[in-house]
Design a protein around this ligand. Structure first.
Ligand SMILES: Cc1cc2nc3c(=O)[nH]c(=O)nc-3n(C[C@H](O)[C@H](O)[C@H](O)COP(=O)(O)OP(=O)(O)OC[C@H]3O[C@@H](n4cnc5c(N)ncnc54)[C@H](O)[C@@H]3O)c2cc1C
Length: 432
């Protein structure tokens, strides 16, 4: 580790946890039965639980670690429309009507997040700040402009082009070739949002038991037995909300998601004037690299939180931190001497078709595979999943019944990732 890059009091935990430490485990004992057992206490699991608990179902949320320990308190807090494939690609695969429905659902998830946070009065620094999506080369800038000019009819979003000559109004760097601003994209403090959600789930009557890994699920055709490290619970319904941490508990799902590391550093506090110059509009930022950089200011606008996929499987933030620092300096050379105060990582879940999936397998409900964009979509599909458990019509989504693909010989260990990332990095370096 290059220790001079870190502040003496640096932390290897998410910046967000300073203000919102992981909650102490709440429910002491495991109940013998519940109507609904939810495995995973991130946004997906808690939103599903909120629906079922408020409908009067005895709901039990279990997590192998502390509540919210997974991506839901580690992420960058950037909220978009979340669907990665474009209309043409989706239309080729699923037909125009389904493509339209999928993209509309992504747009709905973004609008719904704002409504949900406002209606529940969750104090979490949510703001519609807009996203500057930067072109990392000239060819990508041309593609962005074309995409803005040819938005599919009826699916237009609020977006405008920022030529390179005006880039400093968005971002204090010459590292990009201009970009576009998605005006509706939003930011949130992910851990405060999770904490507010957790409080509402508990208030609705759900039990949340942390540090309680689920090790097996048995189904006798009528009910489930959920076996955990701390005892067994009988349940009418089971929800799997484990996303990038999906493991051998659910081998069918494990074969369908690809866990990929995502990494963030926080800088030490920067002078106010410098922050105003580097991030004058306080936008969230991403770029057109396939191995993307994503970053933003901290809610107090004193630090830059800089994220990327600098590795595929590294779990030591002392190693990923300096790698991210080098990328940060590539964008903002004046930060070469700025130190890292926090470095952390988590595992997101990709899928073979780059779409999120919701459904039921062997009677067990699941939603996962947000491909790195799960703040809005994980929340939204978690809510829909809860409605599906309740058998409600409004639980239907455009993602229902989409084939959840795997690949021959793939068991959940992505041996092909390192080579793919190397290839994409090489490609990102070319003007294509
Ligand atoms: C560094 C980073 C940055 C990101 N930035 C963004 C961003 O800016 N915008 C965005 O939209 N998305 C972002 N994401 C992705 C986003 O955070 C996730 O898609 C989302 O939080 C997924 O929520 P979830 O509830 O499905 O899963 P998680 O929050 O990951 O929760 C899964 C939980 O399941 C538990 N679990 C697993 N197995 C078991 C078991 N057997 N028994 C009990 N519990 C179990 C885990 O302990 C974990 O707590 C980022 C992710 C990371 C890691």
């Amino acid at each position: 580790m290059n220790s001079s890059l870190f502040t003496p009091d640096h932390k290897l935990t998410p910046y967000w946890w300073d203000a919102v430490p992981r909650p102490a485990p709440m429910a002491a004992a495991l109940p013998a039965r519940a109507d609904v057992v939810v495995v995973g206490s991130g946004y997906t699991g808690l939103h599903a639980a909120l629906q079922t608990a408020r409908a009067g179902r005895h709901t039990l949320v279990l997590d192998a670690e502390d509540a919210g320990w997974g991506c839901s308190t580690r992420n960058g807090g950037q909220i978009s429309t979340s669907v990665k494939p474009g209309f043409d690609q989706l239309a080729r695969r699923h037909g125009a009507e389904r493509a339209r429905a999928i993209i509309s659902e992504g747009q709905r998830s973004l609008a719904w997040m704002a409504q949900f946070i406002a209606a529940e009065r969750i104090d979490c620094d949510f703001g519609v700040v807009g996203r500057f999506h930067a072109a990392h080369n000239a060819a990508q800038f041309t593609k962005l402009v074309q995409a803005v000019q040819s938005q599919p009819k009826g699916l237009e979003v609020e977006v405008h082009v920022v030529p390179r000559a005006e880039q400093h109004q968005e971002l204090g760097t010459d590292a990009y070739w201009g970009g576009v601003v998605y005006r509706q994209h939003a930011s949130v403090d992910p851990a405060r949002y999770h904490q507010g959600l957790l409080e509402r789930v508990v208030t609705a009557g759900a039990d949340v038991v942390a540090r309680c890994p689920v090790t097996r699920i048995e189904n006798d055709g009528h009910a489930f037995r959920v076996i955990t490290a701390r005892g067994t619970v009988n349940a009418r319904d089971v929800v799997i909300a484990t996303n990038g941490y999906t493991g051998t508990l659910t081998p069918w799902l494990q074969r369908r998601v690809i866990p990929i590391g995502s990494y963030i550093i926080a800088t030490e506090p920067l002078p106010v004037e410098q922050m105003k110059r580097l991030m004058p509009k306080n936008r969230i930022v991403s770029d057109t690299r396939k191995v993307v950089f994503y970053y933003r200011a901290s809610p107090d606008q004193r630090r830059i939180l800089f994220g990327g996929r600098v590795s595929t499987s590294e779990t030591d933030p002392r190693i990923s931190g300096p790698m991210l620092h080098a990328d940060l300096v590539g964008v903002f050379p004046e930060l070469a001497g700025t130190r890292i105060s926090h470095s952390w990582c988590g595992f997101v879940a990709y899928t073979f078709d780059e779409l999120m999936h919701i459904g039921r397998h062997d009677g067990v409900h699941y939603a996962m595979g947000y491909c790195g964009s799960g703040v809005g979509m994980g929340s939204y599909l978690g809510m829909k999943l809860g409605q599906q458990v309740l058998g409600l019509d409004e639980g239907r989504t455009a993602f229902d019944d989409l084939a959840f693909q795997t690949r021959p010989l793939y068991t959940g260990k992505p041996w092909f990732l390192a080579a793919s990332i190397r290839y994409f990095r090489w490609r990102d370096g070319r003007n294509v």
